[in-house]
Design a protein around this ligand. Structure first.
Ligand code: TYD
Length: 134
């Protein structure tokens, strides 16, 4: 259950924190040009977000505050990850189904994305996703 799909990996960011507090820098480490970023906050604890895969989009998912669970699925294996370390993000390649849930009340999830928003890039039907990954 918890082995990451081969194509997904954690990326460690540059940690510039000192006695004054935390400071993380993200440069020269993202494997795509960032065209968009968005963030989730004020999520209800039991809400289920995501519920889709992307055909071409690459993303890095970062728990910049608080925690949430991220379930990623390549069509053959699922991994359930507790996302609570703002010093690293999960690189998620195309054709990975993702669910996000169990948000702490203070959770902020930042997503770096390789493309602008395009609904045509989404697969929102799980059966269709499974069919495409066989
Ligand atoms: P949705 O895909 O349901 O969010 P999540 O996958 O995080 O649960 O997106 C909610 C709505 O916002 C949907 O109508 C698409 C729109 N949207 C944009 O217009 N731009 C964006 O960058 C994102 C992420 C969503």
């Amino acid at each position: 259950m918890n082995t990451l799909p081969k194509t997904c990996r954690f990326i460690e960011f540059q940690d510039l924190s000192d006695q004054r507090g935390g400071l993380i820098s993200i440069e020269k480490i993202v494997p795509f040009e960032i065209k968009r970023l968005y963030y989730l906050f004020n999520q209800n604890k039991d809400i289920l977000r995501g519920r889709h895969a992307h055909k071409n989009l690459e993303q890095i998912i970062i728990p910049i505050h608080g925690s949430f669970d991220l379930i990623i699925d390549d069509g053959k294996h699922k991994s359930s990850l507790v996302m609570n370390n703002p010093k690293q993000g999960l690189y998620v390649c195309p054709m990975i189904w993702r669910d996000l849930t169990n948000f702490s009340s203070d959770a902020v999830c930042l997503v770096l994305a390789s493309q602008c928003y395009d609904e045509a890039d989404y697969i929102r039907n799980y059966e269709e996703f499974l069919y495409a990954t066989q």
